[in-house]
Ligand binder design. Sequence first.
Ligand code: CA
Length: 244
Amino acid sequence: MASTLAPRPTILVVEDEPHIRELVCLHLELEDLAYVQAAEGDAGLALARSQHFDLVILDLMLPGLDGVTVCRAIRRESMNTDVPVLMLTARREESDKVVGLDSGADDYLTKPFGVREMMARVRALLRRGAPAAQSPAVDASRPIVYRHIEVDPARRKVRVGERDVELTTNEFQLLYVLLANAGIVFSREALLNKVWKGEAFVTVRSVDTLVKRLRKKIEAAPGEPSVILTVWGAGYKAADVEDA
Ligand code: CA
């Protein structure tokens, strides 16, 4: 168990397979992140009820309470109702099932996963959880540089490589939300709320249409997107970028 020095983000790791748990904890430690670990769902939930965490890494298949039950309980009543949750699942079908169950997790990682990918997700979720980044919006004037794409909310300008790209307000908002949270999966419902902000007469299909239009404007090959990826059964995300 690691110490929990105040300014370091602290992560709760709930995973019953010792070697995976140790691997995860080792890499958190290498990034100077504090962690607390549990090998069972019940123990993990007890910890989430007793102290604040900046992120929860939660295995799906656990002895005692399973990951979905633990996640829902954390969301319902604990000191961590808003904590980002990264769910670890064993197989593709399993993760699809979890998404279908609407477990309340923010992101999913299918085992076996690479450590670099896991840490990219962890960093992205911690950034999102940080107060300054809590609700990215166009009026947040922070410019984003994502690979060869520059997004400047203050001037509402988008540059892809050497060319300026004209986007509609909704296209711009969608691009901004995804790129500001690269690597994070957003459900269609979440994107509806973030882009259309409660407007009536829009449906989840509007999201698909908007994504299609946006891809035509910013992707080199809209049919094989490399920036805005479809996450089957879950929604959309901007492809992970390795932190420099
Ligand atoms: Ca397990």
